[in-house]
Each structure stands twice: as C-alpha cells, then as structure tokens.
Design a protein around this ligand. Structure first.
Ligand code: ATP
Length: 261
C-alpha cells in the first residue's frame, strides 16, 4: 500500500438482504485527490460510503483507512462527513451557527467539558474558510439550504480532517449557488490540502471540478482522472445507467444531463 493511500477497499462486497448491493469493489483514494463518486440510483454509492465509515461491515473483503485495517482504526477526527440530509433545519431550530459548528469539536474535547476561547476561535476560522463568518450568530434555521450546507462543512472542518466525505451535498442547494459550492470544495482541496470524496448525480459538473471520478453500479466500472472520464463513451454510459444519459457539449466543456424517472 502506498504511503499516500487514505482509503483502500479490497474485494469488498456487501448485501443488506439477499442481493449484493456492492460487489467486488477495489478502490484506492490517495492523498490530495478530489474524487467524484457517480452512478445510477440505487447503485450502492451511499452504501460504499457507509462501508468506508465503518457504519456497515463488508460481507467479503477488507477496508483500510489511513493505512490501518478498519477494526484498528480509531482516529475518527481525521474524517469529516457531510450527509445529504444535513441542510434540513427548520426556521424554529434553537441554535446559532457558531453553536452548530462547535459541536464538531465535541469528539475532541469530550461531551461534558466546556468550550473555551480557543474552541470559539477554531469555529470562527472554519466559518471564515467557508465564507460564513458574518452569520456566526444567526439562527441556523434562518439560512438557505446552501448556507446551511456551508455551515455543516465548517462543522466537519473544525477537527482538521484529512479526508472529507460528502454524500450529495448539493441537494437542497439553490442552482445559482451550486457553482460557488463546487469552488469552495476545490479550494478546500487545493489550499487546505483536504482529500475529498463526493457522491453526486451531477455528472456534468463534477468532471469540471474533481480530479478523479469513480463510476459504479454495484461494482466499479470506471476509475480514473476526470479528463479520461470525459472520454468514457455515450454507449458505455448508457449501458451502465440502463437508459440514455444524454451528453451535451458546450464549447470545450462537456456536460451530461441525466434523465432520471
Ligand atoms: N438500510 C437498508 N436496508 C436494506 N436495503 C437497503 C438499505 N439501504 C439501501 N438499501 C438498498 O441498497 C441498494 C443500494 O442503495 P444505496 O443507497 O447505497 O445506493 P445509492 O447509489 O446511494 O442510491 P441513490 O443515488 O438513489 O441515493 C438499493 O437497492 C437500496 O434500496
């Protein structure tokens, strides 16, 4: 295993019931990559994330994190996770933005210790990185979906993770703000050196921002640089998705439009 390998899955298979939902997955994520994970609905993307986070155990195969078998791995502060449903606080939720961000430090300081000035500074620094420092004392429920999602990224950043995993983070983010959101992720990757793994349905946009793409449908059908992924043919894509995935080319850019039911 290379020193820079952060996640390593070897021959991983998993089923909840009778049917395999993940089958023979071999995948390595290396330090510094921004990896987009794409695939049709129900293709096992979220389950793969759960396998990486130890939330479910492989039926076959093995998972290693930061060079350690999952069983021995215990430095969970190194991994930040932002889920699909993170941005769903309603307007009555009684917490300020900075309070939400500070909860990201709980595993570091222990649930019953008090937050001190240093922790507040850490939370403010994380809010600055995501461009939300002006909202520190706003109520979390009053923010838009995109703003809430930035706050959840800040919460994941306070423990200085080496790897940030995002499961469809742009769901609920206003279309106008999706590009800005990708730019923020690219900045975290380039400037903060955080390795990113992002599950998305947005196959057109992800290739413009991610360094690498994994395309799965139970097993991995493609894993390579984003540039190479753009060469993945329409026919390959249609076969994988089981229905036409129309590809649109705008100038040099290459965008795909998904036709989901
Ligand atoms: N807790 C569960 N119990 C039983 N089956 C499950 C469970 N979670 C997911 N599944 C099934 O496992 C398969 C893979 O689901 P998963 O959520 O991993 O796919 P996905 O690619 O993330 O899907 P989507 O893009 O629609 O979010 C699906 O058939 C799903 O119905």
């Amino acid at each position: 295993m290379k020193e820079r390998t952060i996640v390593k899955l070897e021959n991983v298979s998993f089923k909840y019931d009778r049917e395999w939902v993940v089958k023979d997955v071999n995948l390595e994520i290396e330090k510094g990559q921004f990896l987009g994970l794409v695939g049709p609905n129900g293709s096992g993307k979220s389950t793969l994330i759960k396998l990486m986070l130890g939330l479910v155990k492989p039926v076959e195969g093995s998972v290693q994190l930061f060079g350690k078998p999952l069983k021995q791995y215990d430095d969970w502060q190194e991994i930040g996770f932002v889920s699909q449903k993170a941005n769903s606080f309603n307007s009555g939720f009684p917490a300020t933005v900075i309070e939400v961000v500070k909860t990201g430090l709980v595993s570091r300081i222990g649930a019953f210790k008090f937050f001190n000035k240093k922790h507040k500074e850490k939370a403010m620094d994380a809010l600055k990185i995501v461009g939300m420092e002006d909202y520190a004392y706003s109520n979390i429920g009053e923010l838009s979906g995109g703003q809430q999602q930035r706050v959840f990224i800040a919460r994941a950043l306070v423990s200085d993770p080496g790897l940030l995993i995002l499961d469809e983070p742009t769901v609920g983010v206003d279309a106008k703000h999706v590009t800005e959101f990708y730019e923020l992720l690219a900045r975290l990757n380039k400037e903060q050196g955080i390795t990113l793994l992002m599950v998305t349905h947005d196959i057109g946009t992800i290739t413009d921002h991610a360094t690498h793409v994994v395309c799965m449908n139970k097993t991995v059908h493609f894993h390579g640089a984003s540039e190479e992924y753009k060469e993945f043919s329409d026919e390959d894509m249609n076969q994988l998705y089981g229905h036409p995935v129309q590809q649109l080319t705008h100038n040099h850019d290459h965008h795909e439009v998904n036709h989901y039911d």
